[in-house]
Ligand binder design. Structure first.
Ligand SMILES: CCCCCCCCCCCCCCCC(=O)SCCNC(=O)CCNC(=O)[C@H](O)C(C)(C)COP(=O)(O)OP(=O)(O)OC[C@H]1O[C@@H](n2cnc3c(N)ncnc32)[C@H](O)[C@@H]1OP(=O)(O)O
Length: 185
């Protein structure tokens, strides 16, 4: 295994306004495939702030998430980790960030009907680069591990690159962003 983080980093402080440990975290966008309740067959991850620089997420695999018969699709497992890792970065640092790199190790298949518990840890920060890793267990056995690089961005990133009609819908109804993101900070 290569050393991690791959560059010199500092361990960031938890933002003073980060949710307290044991706080259930809200969906960050109603139409997010990872956490949004409005997405019929989305992953609907649920997350809880942990101690220190950690967040625990849970993904229950349904029949809509299959790759092979009865087993979760690997791409959707990667998506669950993207969401879980991004949630840790966003909530603990209280800064918008996007995934630049995501790597996953699939150690065991994840069956339909099981709940993958994803423990994400913010490992280090170097300028705008945020390094974060996670382990996913099913009934106590490690099934997937992931590491990612997130880059912090301004809210302008989403305005500049998002589809205008979706941006307009959010501007008209900020509740679509749940309670996570203050659009007028
Ligand atoms: C507000 C409060 C929040 C509250 C709480 C909210 C909760 C919220 C939960 C959200 C949960 C969502 C979880 C899903 C998150 C997605 O799915 S995000 C969607 C997928 N990702 C994307 O669309 C990103 C697409 N890429 C980009 O837009 C641009 O490439 C980036 C990432 C913004 C970087 O571009 P840039 O700003 O021009 O910066 P750039 O100089 O290229 O890179 C910066 C540094 O990163 C390095 N870098 C960039 N890419 C890479 C790479 N792939 N590999 C290695 N190094 C890289 C560069 O080398 C550079 O390093 P240094 O020179 O500084 O040493």
């Amino acid at each position: 295994m290569n050393s991690w983080p791959p560059v010199e980093t500092t361990v960031p402080d938890r933002h003073p306004d980060a949710p307290a440990p044991d706080t259930e975290l809200p969906e960050h966008y109603a139409h997010c495939f990872g956490c949004g309740d409005s997405v019929e067959h989305g992953l609907r991850l649920r997350a809880t702030a942990g101690e220190g620089m950690t967040v625990r997420s849970r993904f229950t695999v349904t029949t809509e998430h299959q790759g092979a018969p009865g087993l979760a699709h690997g791409g959707l497992l990667a998506c669950a980790f993207d969401e879980a890792l991004g949630s840790a970065v966003g909530h603990l640092l209280r800064r918008p960030a996007v995934t630049a790199k995501l790597e996953t190790d699939f150690l065991r298949p994840v069956p339909v009907g099981t709940t993958l518990v994803i423990d994400a840890h913010l490992d280090g920060i170097a300028g705008r680069k945020v390094y974060v890793s996670a382990e996913g267990t099913v009934e106590g056995t490690t099934a997937v591990r992931a590491r990612a690089l997130f880059i912090t961005v301004d809210l302008k990133h989403f305005v500049d690159h998002g589809r205008p009609e979706d941006i307009r819908r959010v501007a008209e109804n900020p509740a679509l962003l749940g309670r996570s993101i203050d659009v007028n900070p």
